[in-house]
Ligand binder design. Structure first.
Ligand SMILES: Nc1ncnc2c1ncn2[C@@H]1O[C@H](COP(=O)(O)OP(=O)(O)OP(=O)(O)O)[C@@H](O)[C@H]1O
Length: 152
């Protein structure tokens, strides 16, 4: 059964930050009912981005992906809530924005796969690894007072 304590790592990529979409992306997750438990603007070193995307290191687009991710700051976020990983991916839309449904973040704000605005964890296991990589200092613990209005 899906947990209401499931966590996902969401990252606004450099194009999303430059285009002023940080607030919009946070707002969509907050309005959906997800609890914001960590957030920061960061300029990560190349090694951290290579670690984050290690599973793609053999892809031909990998060098371009790392260059793009190094082109400006990213905004790192962790949200908690029911089925956060899968629902977060649905909210982001398909990897290639040309295939992303309207109403999704990529479907509303992006056109190119190499400029697709945001990242979202693809499994619960990867989410936990990514949260540890991006927030070694830990996340913020607090109670969401409106929780009984979001979950049964
Ligand atoms: N064919 C491609 N050309 C250029 N960039 C690509 C291509 N495929 C993927 N990417 C970039 O690599 C990122 C990671 O690809 P992956 O297949 O893991 O998709 P994803 O899980 O939807 O994306 P993300 O991990 O960023 O959420 C994509 O979001 C995109 O920025």
């Amino acid at each position: 059964m899906a947990s209401i304590r499931e966590r996902t790592y969401i990252m606004v990529k450099p194009d999303g930050v430059q285009r002023g979409l940080v607030g919009e992306i946070i707002s969509r997750f907050e309005k959906r009912g997800f609890k914001l438990i960590a957030a920061k603007l960061a300029s990560p070193p190349k090694e951290q981005l290579e670690k984050h995307y290690a599973d793609l290191s053999s892809k031909p687009f990998f060098p371009g992906l790392i260059k793009y991710m190094l082109s400006g700051p990213v905004f790192a976020l962790v949200f908690e809530g029911l089925d956060a990983v899968k629902t977060g991916r649905v909210m982001l839309g398909a990897t290639n924005p040309l295939q992303s449904a309207a109403g999704t973040i990529r479907g509303d704000y992006a056109l190119a796969v190499g400029r697709n605005i945001c990242h979202g964890s693809d499994t619960v296991e990867n989410a936990e690894k990514e949260i540890a990589l991006w927030f070694p200092e830990g996340i913020v613990q607090y109670s969401l007072l409106q929780e009984s209005m979001i979950f049964e």
